[in-house]
Ligand binder design. Structure first.
Ligand code: CLF
Ligand code: SF4
Length: 289
């Protein structure tokens, strides 16, 4: 069985049918370096969507969370980090993965990023032995990208509009090429915004496939923040977009809009309340600043 076939069989976000295995999301990454216009990061216990977590934890605390999650969760195969901010904007995600690798080598390591820092962090990601990397690519045309993103902070400078989108897209594609060339599976997520990128999906799918991505996931927009006036795509629009993408790349169809601290099988019972039941305090000095 190839590495990719193994992922498709055991990783819930690579599965062709309904998900049967679970993941542990570790909310160790608080900050971000770009401004997606639909992003509304929050700390609370009730919203079921990306960017939301009940708490931010340290890499050491994450180890304890994994330990507990494996005690209560059946079928957990993946330790994933998907926010609430970007995993490369702070060093905590890679630090956490290194700790998990040592103690729980049986788990797949899954990292999700906006890709801005991918070219410079690719070697470290490869050395850390990440199994799957998700990059969120919402456009490959900077004019469209500028409608979805307000700014990027890159090498201590703030860029806006088309200039920012150009940097982001270039770095995402360069990073995907580097990571894929090293044999790590790359999944691309696209947030589908009917008013902005619905006619651009096929081009994104084709472009990221050429760069080395192996699987593509379309996430319907949750209208909020600066895109609150946009509409959530309907089933027909999602289906049509997936079919167009599938002409170029394998498509994942069971995304559940997971929280940054979700635990269990996506779409099934969320075990995070059981596991994150009380604030874990192995470090008194930690602050994400
Ligand atoms: Fe988590 Fe994302 Fe890894 Fe999956 S979620 S970091 S790739 S282990 Fe999966 Fe959840 Fe959709 Fe993400 S269902 S939101 S695609
Ligand atoms: Fe929010 Fe993620 Fe976009 Fe950063 S990359 S602004 S955390 S959606």
């Amino acid at each position: 069985m190839s590495k990719f076939e193994d992922l498709c069989a055991k990783h819930p976000c690579y599965s062709k049918g309904p998900q049967k295995t679970g993941r542990i999301h570790l909310p160790v990454s608080p900050g971000c370096n770009i401004g997606c216009k639909f992003c509304d990061r929050k700390v609370n216990d009730f919203e079921q969507r990306p960017g939301v977590t009940g708490q931010i934890i340290t890499p050491k605390e994450a180890l304890e969370v994994v330990r507990r999650a494996l005690e209560v969760g059946r079928n957990i195969t993946v330790a994933g980090i998907a926010g609430p901010g970007d995993t490369l904007a702070t060093p905590y995600a890679l630090e956490t993965f290194r700790l998990i690798k040592k103690e729980f080598p049986q788990l797949f390591l899954c990292m999700s990023t906006n890709g801005l820092l991918l070219p410079e962090k690719a070697d470290e990601i490869i050395r850390t032995d990440i199994d799957s990397l998700t990059v969120t690519v919402n456009a490959v045309d900077p004019v469209i990208g500028a409608l979805l993103n307000s700014f990027v902070i890159y090498k201590k400078h703030r860029y806006e509009g088309v200039e920012a989108a150009k940097i982001l897209i270039e770095n995402q594609l360069t990073g995907i090429r580097k990571i894929a060339a090293a044999g790590i599976s790359v999944k691309v997520n696209t947030v589908l915004v009917p008013e902005i990128n619905i006619n651009h999906i096929e081009t994104i799918a084709k472009t990221v496939k050429e760069a080395g991505a192996s699987i593509y996931n379309i996430i319907p927009l949750i209208p909020q923040f600066e895109l609150k006036e946009c509409s959530a795509p309907n089933c027909f629009q999602i289906d049509k977009s997936r079919s167009l993408a599938q002409k170029h790349i394998q498509v994942f169809r069971h995304c559940q809009h997971c929280r940054a601290d979700a635990i269990g099988i996506p779409g099934g019972d969320d075990l995070s309340r059981e596991v994150y039941v009380k604030k874990i305090t192995t470090s008194e000095t930690f602050s994400h600043g």
